[in-house]
Write a protein of this length. Structure first.
Length: 249
């Protein structure tokens, strides 16, 4: 294979790996934001659940105060009942006692309802707290993984830079210039495998003469359509059914 062609194929691999690493690193703030968003949602659920429990308690306490008021009145009526002189007075005070008892009964029913609801709300709060704890644990693990990944990405970027510098040193400067110009114009991909007579990146069919030259891998040949530098990978096992069904043109 042409030495420069071999070098730019290796260069492309390094550049693509570097781009992937840089893209992954650039995603970190987004990933951190998503992570914090999930944590915030879990915190909010806990806060809301606590608020519901507190509202329930306050409502219940307010009713308990009402019960106390009615009980106070009830005992006064009962004292009055002991001291009444006439039948009419007795009936009147009995009526008040009945009314107060009815009020207390209905308030106590509502307290019971609040107590049942309190059990549900407390359970919901505990579930929300458990979900937050799980989310916090997952976030901690994600952050640790992200930091490890980031370190290894930075290390591999440094390694790539060293290897790239070495490759560039051995490369013909004209070919390097061509490679870098195409990479700039073509989204970072300056080389393309020619497969079955087609440029595998832009999918345009190559002229037979061009493809025949590319097959030899002995010259720097560009795709007529996307200008990428073409190379050919000889099939490792030409007799497989797969390659028979896709004959080279
Ligand atoms: Zn092409």
């Amino acid at each position: 294979m042409n030495k420069d062609l071999e070098t730019i194929i290796a260069l492309q691999k390094l550049d693509s790996a570097a781009r992937d690493a840089e893209r992954r690193l650039a995603e970190e703030p987004e990933r951190e934001k998503a992570l914090e968003g999930r944590l915030e949602a879990a915190r909010l659920s806990v806060a809301l659940a606590k608020e519901h429990v507190a509202e329930n308690q306050n409502a219940r306490r307010a009713i308990e105060k009402d019960v106390a008021v009615h009980q106070g009145r009830l005992s006064k009526f009962r004292e009055t009942a002991m001291a009444v002189k006439t039948n009419q007075e007795y009936h009147a005070v009995q009526k008040e006692i009945g009314f107060a008892q009815g009020e207390i009964k209905s308030l106590e029913d509502r307290i019971l309802e609040y107590m049942v609801e309190a059990d549900e709300l407390t359970a919901a709060m505990k579930r929300a707290e458990a979900a937050l704890a799980a989310e916090q644990k997952a976030a901690d693990a994600d952050r640790r993984a992200m930091s490890t990944e980031s370190q290894s990405l930075r290390a591999s970027l440094e390694k790539i830079a060293t290897e790239r510098a070495e490759l560039v040193r051995s490369l013909d400067s004209g070919v390097l210039q061509m490679f870098e110009m195409i990479a700039r114009k073509r989204n970072g991909i300056a080389v393309a495998e020619a497969r079955n007579g087609i440029c595998s990146v832009c999918h345009v069919r190559l002229r037979p003469q061009v493809f025949n030259t590319v097959l030899k891998n002995e010259a720097i040949v560009q795709c007529d359509s996307c200008n990428r530098i073409l190379f050919f990978i000889p099939s490792a096992a030409p007799a497989t059914p797969d390659s028979v069904s896709q004959p080279t043109q």
